[in-house]
Structure formats: C-alpha cells, structure tokens
Design a protein around this ligand. Structure first.
Ligand code: ADP
Ligand code: ADP
Length: 583
C-alpha cells in the first residue's frame, strides 16, 4: 500500500474535483442566524436525497439544482451547459404560490421537520414541461412508470441558484456505512488497487450476484465497491433496513475483506433505464470507481401498461459503453448466470433456460415466497444468513398479525363468540389480545359516551391499537358494536385490508332484545339511557364482511370454528397436522 505510487491512484472525480457545498465553520454561525429569518422551503424526500448528493459531490461537477440552460441541454443532449455529460435532470420543482420565493432572494431549505439544511440564492425560476421531461429522459409518458406518475405531483416551476449547505440530512441507521465520496475514496485508496468495480443494487443479493461481483472484480484485478442505493428505490422493493443487514452479512462472511468495500448511497433513483445507468456510472466515478457492473435492464421499472418492458434489455449497457472513454467508467456487463446443480457451480450463459431464477427477488416476490412456502430460500440461491434475515422481515402468514373485527348489535353475541375464538386461537399457538367493547370503555376510552362523535372516537382508538398489535405480529380480536360503516372502513385501512377480517354477528334486533343480557334494551325503551344502537341510534350492517355469523341456529363454538377455518385457509392459523413440521 503506497499512496504516492501513481499506479495505484484512483481515477479523479468527474470534472477534476469533488464538489463540496458545506460552508466553513466560521461562516456557519452567522449563516444560521441569517437563515432563521428567511422564507422556508421544505424539501421532499427526493429533493433531500438530491441535495445530500449535490452537497458531498456525488453529482460532481454539478453544484446546484439545475438552471434553465443545464436543464435544456440535459434533456436534449445529456450534457450540462458547460459540456460535461449528465443524463438525468436534478431539479428543485416548487409551487410558486405564497411561499416567499422571489428572484435574487435567499431562501432556507429545510427538512419536513423544519431542520435547517441550506441557504439557497434564487438566481433562476423557470417553467418545465412534464411531458417533455418524461419523453426525453424516461422515453415514455406512461403513468405506469413510477417517476412519470410522481412528476405529475411536482410544482410547475424549477428554481436554481447557489447553495450554501449548513447541515447534511442526518441518518441514524448504519452510520458506519454512510460514507461521502471523499470517505469512500480514502477507503479505496487504502486497498492500493487502481481498478475499482462498483456494483449498484436496490435488491437483496443472491448467490449469482455474489459470483458475478467477485468475478467482475477479479477480471480487472480490482476492488469491489458494493454500493447499494438506500435513498429512494422502486415502490415495493425490500426496505433498506432489511437489505443492508443482508449486505453486511454477505460482506462479513463471504467476501475477501481486502477486496471489498461496502458503502450506502443516499440516491433517489429515477428508474430511468439507460440514462439512469449512465448517471450511476458518473456518480460511481465520483466515489472512485472506474468500472460499473451494468446488468440486463439496469434501473428498469418493469412493464408499461401494454405489458412491455420500458427499455430494451441491453440499452443501458450500450449507452454506458458508448460513453465509457469520456466518462472514464467502463461498463462490465452483468452476464446471466445459472446454477448447475450436478456440478454445484454457477455458469455464465447467454440465454437463460426457462424457469431458472437468475436475478434478484423484488419485495413482492420475497414476500410471496415466504407467504406461500413458509420456508427459507434454497442455499444454492441465497446464502443462509441472507435467507434468515429476509425470513425475519417477511414472516410466513402464521407469524403475521391479524385483526378479527366483530361488529353487531348489543347482545348479538360478539363477546361470547370472541371468548371461544380466543381459546381456540391460543390452542393453535397464536398470541391473542381481546379488545372487548365493555373492557375498552373502562380503560382506553374511559369517559367517552355514546354520541356519534364519541362512538367514532372509541372505534378509532380501538383501530389504532389493533393496527399496532397487528404490525407486531399479534392476533387482535375487537368486539365492539361499531355501528358506523365509514368508521369501520377507516379502521380496516388503518390495519391493512390484507390482515383485516370483519365478522358480522347478524343477530336480529328482536333476538338481542329478548336476550337483553345486561338489561340495556329495557332501559333504552324506558328512556333511561339514550343513543342506544337499534333503539334510538342506527346500526349500519356491513356490505361485504369476510364472515357473517348466525347466532340463532349456530352455537358460539360452531361460529368460532368457522372463523378458525377461514383463518386457516388464509394461512394465519396452521392446520394442526402442520404444527410439528417446522417453526
Ligand atoms: P355482545 O358482545 O354482542 O354485546 P354478548 O356476547 O355479550 O353480546 O351477549 C350475547 C348473549 O347471547 C349472551 O348472553 C349469550 O349467552 C347469548 N347467546 C345465545 N346464543 C348465542 C350464540 N349462538 N352465540 C352467542 N351468544 C349467544
Ligand atoms: P360502540 O361500538 O358503539 O362504541 P361499544 O361496543 O363500545 O359501542 O359499547 C360497549 C357497551 O356499552 C355495549 O355492549 C353496551 O353494553 C353498552 N352501551 C352501548 N350503547 C350504550 C348506550 N347508548 N348507553 C349505555 N350503554 C351503552
């Protein structure tokens, strides 16, 4: 390791030097005080990611949200006004209405929680055209493209101007891996190798990725920069907490430690296919890489509304290859690899045999796998440590939470049935919490009455608690009259429709009134209590409950069994013969 040896010097940043927009500590105090009186612009999650990468030089030589000329040329030619390649517009769109943004004035850029990030001098305000940007940059106006859809909600003007950054967005997770371009460069230099192969990813890595990244780095005798995106990826991807845990496990256990560096990139992806691939190459150059693995359909957003991929499978590789000399980053094609079970090894193929999994699994696929199979991914496909972490984040249904929501008149049989169901669920190994109407009213909702507003509040409180319990993997049984359809619908949405089972206890009013277990109907008829459901307050029966129970002809036990059967079909409860199978 000799840092003065020219042979091991890393490629310099694009444009010669890293942009750094952070103000000096002397300037800091004064600027902070000054910012306190400026109009505020709160940044979207995307703008926050962009600002961070602008500030640390990830987008060098770009040093601001793009002005009109940069923007024009980026759309038409993939170049900044000064001539440097830059394929993706980095803009700050705003709604001009009443936010104090004026030409030649300073504004304070802040997070949604009002934390001060930067002072921006508004040097340009210009209109942009959604359809033009969509067409030129993304090659489509189809709203199935996530960014095309998102851009419809952006402000109609872009603003640009000098940025003075006071604070970078703070990240409290995986702090040791959140490295700026300068920090990554320092790490890479310590390896003493000139070649650095960056690997971009937004998915968990499987065995083929491991093979591929190792081979790619070895092919140029370089270091691997494992550089996953943790800013914004495609909606539905595996969340970054889960992914980063898997990357750490892989690097720790399966890569040679003098050949790999892991760092997180707070990039907001655009899912822009070829242009995005070129952008990824440019960004990685700033972090010190001179190679980028570019896969089939790199940064592609899936299929359009006609069921066709948005971009050709090799468009991204070709576009990067065409600019590799100018950019100083060479595209290493991601060859398809398949596993040969007889030989227990992986091989590159040009055409993948049908039904051979090669690439990564999306969040939906991972979830489906664990939901349907309830088993770990096979070892030839995923390292056991990775499979275990994915399995924890995507537990099978019988370890996921569920809410059984009883609704019906007072005396219909909600509590009676819920009590039987509770015992049966516990027999099946589930943890159960019962939020019974009467009990809730002595604790959670003590003091609330039976007016429309109070009932609504009561049900929403129950819904809030139920949603939290479900999120943490518990089964919660709610048994309140919950007479209003709209409130029940809101509660269903709070919990999540996939985990919500509405059980309508459909006992006729005359039967409830004849039962009158608490003597309340008699009191209501006598006018001793008011707003009693069915007497002088309406009950709105559900239109589409998952289950409707008859308590006149069926017993509490028979009804509870019906619910168990339903939950078993969905997988929330395991059929008894499977209980000994696995965990
Ligand atoms: P809710 O919780 O809906 O207000 P409860 O469960 O407290 O109603 O009261 C229902 C009453 O009806 C109980 O006294 C129960 O014994 C009686 N009952 C009679 N048959 C049934 C049945 N098949 N299912 C549930 N309860 C029944
Ligand atoms: P809701 O879902 O409308 O808030 P709850 O299920 O919380 O109703 O009601 C709990 C219990 O309070 C009922 O089972 C019944 O025993 C009693 N109750 C319901 N309505 C009234 C009322 N208007 N006045 C007095 N007690 C009531």
């Amino acid at each position: 390791m000799n840092m003065n040896d020219n042979k091991t010097a890393l490629i310099p940043p694009y444009g010669g030097k890293l942009v750094n927009l952070t103000v000096s500590s002397e300037e800091m105090e004064e600027l902070k005080a000054y910012a306190a009186n400026l109009p505020t612009l709160r940044l979207s999650e995307r703008a926050l990611c962009d600002l961070e990468l602008l500030a640390v030089g990830g987008f060098s030589p770009l040093d601001r949200f793009m002005g009109r000329e940069d923007h024009r040329r980026v759309l038409d030619e993939m170049r900044l006004a000064g001539g440097h390649l830059f394929p993706i517009p980095i803009t700050l769109p705003v709604d001009l209405a009443d936010n104090g943004i004026r030409l030649d004035r300073d504004i304070a850029l802040r997070t949604r929680k009002n934390e001060l990030l930067a002072v921006m001098t508004v040097e340009e305000i210009y209109e942009w055209d959604h359809d033009e940007v969509a067409r030129q940059v993304l090659g489509t106006q189809d709203v199935r493209h996530p960014l095309v859809a998102e851009m419809h909600g952006w402000g109609k003007h872009n603003i640009s101007g000098r940025l003075r950054v006071l604070n970078l967005p703070v990240h409290y997770d995986f702090q040791a891996l959140r490295l700026t371009p300068a920090q990554v460069r320092a790490r890479l230099e310590a390896f003493g190798r000139r070649n650095v192969v960056a690997f971009q990813t937004r998915n968990p890595l499987h065995r083929v990725h491991e093979e591929l990244t190792k081979r790619a780095a070895a092919s140029v005798d370089g270091v691997l920069l494992l550089h996953p995106v943790v800013g914004m990826t495609k909606p539905g991807d595996v969340d970054h907490y889960t992914r980063v845990r898997t990357y750490k496990a892989l690097v720790e256990n399966y890569y040679e430690h003098d050949r790999v560096a892991l760092a997180l990139l707070p990039l907001a992806m655009r899912m822009g296919g070829p242009r995005e691939a070129l952008w990824h190459a440019l960004i990685r150059r700033n972090y010190g890489a001179n190679h980028l693995v570019v896969g089939r359909d790199h940064a592609g957003p899936g299929e359009d509304s006609r069921g066709k991929p948005f971009y050709g499978p090799y468009d991204a590789q070709e576009l990067v290859a065409r600019h590799e000399d100018e950019l100083g980053v060479k595209a290493l094609p991601f060859r398809m690899m398949v596993y040969l079970p007889e030989e227990d090894r992986y091989e590159e193929v040009s055409k993948v045999p049908p039904e051979t999994p090669t690439a990564s699994l999306s969040g939906t696929q991972v979830r489906d796998h664990y939901l349907n199979k309830g088993k770990a991914l096979p070892a030839w496909f995923t390292r056991p440590e990775v499979a275990r972490i994915l399995g924890e984040s995507y537990p099978p249904r019988h370890k996921q939470g569920a809410c059984i929501w009883f609704t019906g008149l007072s005396g219909a049989g909600k509590s009676t049935t819920a009590d039987v169901l509770t015992v049966m669920l516990m027999e099946h190994g589930r943890q159960v919490t019962v939020l019974d109407g009467d009990v809730v009213r002595t604790h959670l909702s003590k003091g609330l009455g039976f007016s429309k507003e109070d009932r609504d509040t009561n049900i929403r409180r129950i819904g809030f608690v139920a949603a939290e319990l479900v999120r943490h993997g518990g089964v919660v049984i709610c048994a309140a009259i919950s007479p209003y359809r709209a409130t029940r619908r809101d509660v269903r949405n709070m919990v999540g429709s996939d985990s919500f089972v509405e059980v309508y206890v459909d006992t006729p009013l005359e039967v409830c009134e004849a039962r009158d277990p608490k003597g309340l109907y008699a009191k209501a008829r006598a006018g001793a209590i008011k707003d009693f459901t069915g007497v002088d307050d309406p009950y709105e029966p559900p239109h589409d409950p998952e289950i409707t129970l008859d308590t006149v002809h069926a017993t509490p036990q028979g009804n509870a069994q019906r619910i168990i059967d339903y939950l078993t079909d969905l997988g929330f409860v395991r059929a008894p013969e499977l209980v000994s199978d696995s965990h």
